[in-house]
Design a protein around this ligand. Structure first.
Ligand SMILES: [Zn+2]
Length: 351
């Protein structure tokens, strides 16, 4: 692709703008799993769920733009391992308001505030009420993200040392952009060549899945999406809306459960929690149907190598990457499968 920048010159008292070919800098996309832990529990130092999408070109190592999708526990630590600071993030998107996807947000925002900004877009669902009458509110979550640090006096104390820091703390740096998730993709954020779309998906009220389109390729971040039909019999455990969003996409990043935690296997894992996730085998089938080239499994249930997942014994013993790969292949996927570990990265085009 030929890329141009605008050169402006003052010639004879008049301004001229002309397109000038830039050095050949091919666009590229990098997708990194910043955390692969499934659910509230902790295991083996894994960070909570999150995905970093970087876009740019060869001249900036694909890092002109950095978008974070979900920010579970330890996200900041993982970002520091790839030299990304909170200040560099261009926007943060949330799939839903479960702690395993949100607990790292305060950490990121406190450090961004300490470094004095700049403001950042936080993109998520508008308030949504469940069938049991419970309201999930991303806006309130963001608005109150640093209340404890305001209450403890730390915000005021650090501001007294440097009054360039904003008085309200991290919330003063947030620009919350909410949308009503729909059954059709809608563009919820864009900048330059990069467009982010969202679709409604079932897991909790207000759950959304995202797609990022760039000139270098595209990626869907499914989050914890499952099928609208909450238990068998059903055609698939995967989301019909995510499938719609993922048509022709290059990469699918998706939370994945293994059939070993199913109610028929006797682990005791709660059926409600099991059925509202997508199975690795069904994700393989979906990835094949939409023509995806890469499937990155994350948020694995059970975690790789875990004897106990959360508080339930894994029937038959710990799973390996090969077990998940086998499940994906049983679903019919013939593309590239990555069974997620923290900081697993995929680059398009490959180097
Ligand atoms: Zn989760």
């Amino acid at each position: 692709m030929k890329r141009f920048s605008i050169a402006i010159a003052l010639v004879g008292g008049m301004w001229f703008a002309a397109p000038v070919p830039m050095a050949e800098a091919a666009p590229c996309l990098m997708v990194t799993l910043t955390g692969t832990q499934s659910g509230p529990s902790v295991f083996n130092g894994q960070a909570g769920a999150g995905t970093l999408v970087r876009y740019g070109d060869d001249s900036n190592d694909c890092a002109a733009m950095k978008l974070q999708f979900d920010a579970g526990r330890g996200t900041n630590m993982r970002l520091s391992q790839i030299d990304v600071t909170p200040v560099q993030l261009n926007a943060i998107f949330f799939t839903h308001m479960h702690g395993d996807h949100t607990e790292g947000f305060a950490d990121i925002m406190m450090l961004r505030w300490y470094f004095k900004g700049p403001e950042i877009d936080i993109v998520c669902s508008s308030d949504a009420t469940s069938v049991l009458g419970v309201t999930n509110s991303c806006r309130k979550y963001v608005t109150h993200i640093a209340d404890a640090f305001l209450q403890s006096g730390e915000i005021a104390e650090r501001r007294s040392e440097d009054n360039a820091r904003l008085a309200g703390g991290p919330v003063d740096l947030t620009n919350v952009i909410t949308f009503d998730p729909k059954d059709e993709p809608q563009v919820v954020w864009s900048s330059g060549d990069v467009k982010v779309s969202a679709i409604r998906s079932t897991h909790t009220a207000g759950h959304a899945s995202y797609r990022v389109d760039t000139p270098a390729g595209s990626v869907v971040i499914g989050g914890d999406a499952g099928n609208d039909v909450l238990a068998p019999p059903r055609a698939s455990s995967t989301s019909d809306q995510v499938e719609k969003l993922a048509k022709g996409v290059d990469i699918i990043v998706h939370s994945a459960f293994h059939p070993v935690l199913g109610p028929d296997r006797g682990s005791g894992f709660p059926p409600l929690s099991y059925y509202r996730q997508s199975l690795a085998s069904d994700l393989g089938a979906m990835a094949q149907r939409v023509g995806a080239k890469h499937l990155m499994l994350t948020h694995l249930g059970p975690s790789l190598g875990a004897v106990i997942h959360n508080q339930w014994k894994v029937p038959g013993g710990p799973l390996t990457q090969a077990d998940y790969r086998k499940a994906v292949e049983a679903g019919g996927f013939t593309g590239n499968t990555i069974v997620g570990t923290d900081l697993a990265t995929l680059r398009l085009p490959a180097k």
